[in-house]
Design a protein around this ligand. Sequence first.
Ligand code: PLP
Length: 435
Amino acid sequence: MNLTKSKELQSRFHSVIPGGSHTYAKGDDQYPESMPVYLSRGKGCHVWDVDGNEFIEYGMGLRSVTLGHAYEPVVEAVSRQLRFGTNFVRPSPIELECAEALREFIPSAEMVKLGKHGSDATNAAVKLARAFTGRDLVATCKEHPFFSVDDWFIGSTPMNAGIPKAVQQLTVNFHYNDLESLRRLFAGHPKQVAAVILELEKETEPAAGFLAGLKELCAREGAVLVFDEMITGFRWDNGGAQKYYGVTPDLSTFGKAIANGFSVSALAGRRDIMQLGGLHHDKERVFLMSTTHGAESHSLSAALETMRIYREEPVVETLWRQGRLLTEGIRQVTKQLGLADYFYVRGRPCCLSYATLDTAKQHSSALRTLFLQETMRRGLLMPSLVISYSHSDADVQRTVEGIAGALQVYRQALDQGVERYLEGRPVKPVFRKFN
Ligand SMILES: Cc1ncc(COP(=O)(O)O)c(C=O)c1O
């Protein structure tokens, strides 16, 4: 694979941008050292790097691009809106349209406030919950990797430099599918927990009664229940995983899939809580989401068009169907190669990832890196296995063929040692204390 131009760009990126990327998940340490590809364009589920190499990809803008890159109807809607201006001094009807559309989709949305980043919404949820309850602690689900760029969450990770101890101590944890752990938390911090925040589902399905039990427990303890639907929203169902599982939270947060990669996020929830950020109450005012670019109108037109497509076309059904096709194809390959215990697909078909295990059945970042290296060589870019509406049967078939080739090398690496096959250092977790 020719990476001449990418390799030339690499030092320029690092000389001006700390980490060489504006998003940690896209950084060099997340990919094979020998393959620092820089992407210049995408169409559907295909992307091209600056040297002209083509990949079928399964990251899809960190799960924000559900329809496909440069998806024509969305591009058209954005282009039309751009001619009318992008930012005004008073609200524009498109903001109302967008909030109303979201309210129609999301079962628990009595009111909706829009932002740009997912973290805008989760930060606002935490602040609102604290103001509403008059309490300080936030309980996050320990098994869920990411909720916000802000101190209340980053302070609870190993990468907590620069965050005051006092702030770090305000975030506490409970475990997924373990109501008892939340009960213990409430008991250990009586009347101190403002919010309980989690994703409805990641790799593990919610145990029977877990989500409903959470809701009941939070109501009894007076804590605000927040479902972070950044990833599950518009993937599990058009109404998010709360619709899929039939359990509604007090507040929920959406981003990513709302606008097919354009920057729109939303906080939705109970009127009595959301109103604290508004003008019609006599309590203390809460500074909710409010930024200069918050209602940038071309992003909102992308959201409206994307939501129109969700409403009128079988997007979610397609994500699930193509995810199943991919899972089945990979399962056949791993079975043939005797790898079923060492490489397997995880999660729901609409939002898959994979596990790379060594001979001791421990998670191996060296084997993950080898898999990335060998799939990239075969024209696949797959930090996860996130499907989009644009992944056709032919794309999935080509993907399974590429994975079959990559897993043959993986098999040899398991038998003979990964260091014989891996070029460069293994990938590293984003949240680590030192480089
Ligand atoms: C579950 C979850 N919540 C919140 C966020 C934060 O979203 P953003 O990166 O748009 O601020 C993310 C981002 O990956 C996420 O996956």
